[in-house]
Design a binder for this molecule. Structure first.
Ligand code: PLP
Length: 226
């Protein structure tokens, strides 16, 4: 299967999930997760019409920025170390996984040095798995006002990863919980949080049904990573 063919099927599946849940397909943005794939493959995806790509390592992102079409827009989806956040903020238009206050503070400083504001999402560890990064739901609400005071960060919404499972239905309660938490956070801030970054290759249709606005899709688009 070519990337173009994969994309066509994915778009059909996105559309069907939107129709099932009464959503407008324009509310759902596909991020092509290109980690582990070559600039040649990225070029192929670009030629198929994709413009937004996601990377999870700063070193790999930097290399690819130099080797891929210049008009590509990059989003950083991975766990970020504070000493790399300036480079991530420089190359990426959105940081998906701000998972702790310390990182938010470092991004604030980086943004000041870069003389820009940084659009971010706050990562929530909804499932509570020890292996996952992110604020616990309670922590998020506790620290939200402090996060919101960082004037160089624009908080656009929340992000989560569901636990791995063969059955996408198992992800549903986690996605639903993230959407509910978004509502509480909006009430607390008195401002809208429009973005919910949730849904990967194995569970993106359920994510759409539960309100996802940004899908992070790798394998279903590019095939297995080597
Ligand atoms: C790799 C990765 C994805 C994509 O995973 P697939 O299952 O290949 O679609 C999504 N989000 C994050 C944070 C990732 O690291």
């Amino acid at each position: 299967m070519s990337i173009a063919e994969n994309l066509q099927r994915i778009q059909q599946r996105i559309l069907a999930a939107c129709q099932r849940s009464g959503r407008d397909a324009h509310e759902v943005t596909l991020i092509a997760v290109s980690k582990g794939h070559s600039p040649t493959r990225i070029r192929e995806a670009w030629d198929a019409g994709l413009t937004l790509f996601g990377e999870n390592k700063v070193q790999e992102l930097k290399l690819k920025v130099g080797q891929c079409p210049g008009a590509i827009q990059w989003e950083f989806i991975g766990h970020l170390q504070t000493n790399k956040c300036r480079e991530a903020a420089y190359h990426a238009r959105l940081i998906h996984a701000v998972d702790r206050l310390k990182l938010a503070n470092a991004l604030q400083q980086a943004a000041e040095k870069l003389s820009k504001t940084i659009p971010v999402l706050l990562e929530v560890n909804v499932s509570g798995e020890a292996s996952k990064h992110g604020f616990s739901p309670a922590e998020l609400l506790e620290q939200l006002d402090e996060l919101n005071q960082l004037d160089r960060l624009e908080i656009h919404g929340l992000m989560t990863m569901a636990p791995w499972s063969k059955d996408p239905e198992n992800a549903r309660p986690h996605f639903r919980a993230l959407n509910e938490l978004r509502g509480k956070a909006e009430d607390q801030l008195g401002a809208p949080l429009t973005e919910l970054s949730m849904g990967m290759s194995g569970d993106f249709e359920v994510a759409i049904e539960e309100g996802a606005t940004r899908l992070r899709l790798g394998t279903v688009l590019f095939g297995q990573r080597t």
